[in-house]
Design a binder for this molecule. Sequence first.
Ligand SMILES: Nc1ncnc2c1ncn2[C@@H]1O[C@H](COP(=O)(O)OP(=O)(O)O)[C@@H](O)[C@H]1O
Ligand SMILES: [Mg+2]
Length: 390
Amino acid sequence: MPAKKKKTSKAKATAKKKATATKSKENNIENSDVEDDELFKELLEDEDDEDEKSEEGTEQKESSDEESKDGMHTIQYNIRDLPGIGATIAKKLIDVGYSTVNSIAITPARILIEEAGLGDKTAAKIIQAAREALNIGFKTADTVWERRKNLARINTSSTDLDNLLGGGGIETGGITEFYGEYRTGKTQLMHQLCVNVQLSKEEGGISGKALYIDSEGTFRPERLIQMSEAKGLDYREVLKNVIYARAYSSDHQIMLIKDAMKIIVEKNIKLIIVDSLISHFRAEFIGRGTLATRQQLLNLHLHDLLRLAEMYPELAVVITNQVQSKPDTFFGDPTRATGGNIMAHGATVRIYLRKGKGEQRVAKMIDAPNLPEGEAIFALTEGGIVDVDH
Ligand SMILES: Nc1ncnc2c1ncn2[C@@H]1O[C@H](COP(=O)(O)OP(=O)(O)O)[C@@H](O)[C@H]1O
Ligand SMILES: [Mg+2]
């Protein structure tokens, strides 16, 4: 890697670090992950040289935006065309990942102010301009339908589970949550999706890359190799298309998702996995007094994820959560994930996993805006998720 690029990457990481320092202080969380952040960034920049080019001008990233498929608009606006956005502001926005009019329109002013360093008035003005350009506001159902028609699906490798999810598997443009006890196959399923997202449409994928945020340290490339081989795929290719980051704290996890936004388009990321979403939050905020802060942070984090899925109709966000059923630590309904209410509202589709006999696992649809309740059975094998004859 050229020295110049390394420097840029470090500078970016330092800037970002500064930005999150205030938050860390508030929560009393020590943030010691500069090294890892840099590693993550370098890894991301390793693959090609697009970063260099995009630094020279703003044209690069803007032109990589595809014609919108979200039904909000048919013309792809350049953010420079918005009134109130000059070269300086455009650069600030693009540098932190807001390269489309759509992304500006659906982001709260507070976030643009914080992340892009804009003034209050400027932020309000350009958000308003972006919304007007896209004609956001009331729209007719056919426009909404237009967006939904363009959503894609990623196979899970279980026909039963694909059907439970509405046919075809995990839907893009939203968040899908899998929760359940330890060893119910959440992590295995996440690995399977990393392989399957890379397949072509005909094969059940969406020809994209995966971004894997691992908060528990349970990501195993070996499993990706076994799953690739079971499908007759070249595992070296498959591994290259999975971008991995270990999240070391809730703060770090939040930051990784904010960073993810900058690379979704250029790296062709079509699946973001957070395995698991809550564990750091749960470990760091213990005791009744901290619960409100935890839920608030978690809520913001989930909204970051939800906004990503809304910005990119071809992106699926999949999260996991562990629930415990030990009688002494557990009370209430086992189908309630540990995030409580926030999770119930945040995730678009929620699936509860439990053990069946042997390697079998049962998935139960808990919450989905447009799907019936039901159950699916699949099995965990060396080659990944498979159907069960029944
Ligand atoms: N190499 C493998 N071959 C077969 N089954 C495996 C393999 N690795 C993991 N599994 C299955 O996956 C289970 C663990 O699932 P996992 O996804 O890690 O659970 P969770 O993330 O829900 O805690 C194991 O109990 C086993 O049934
Ligand atoms: Mg797991």
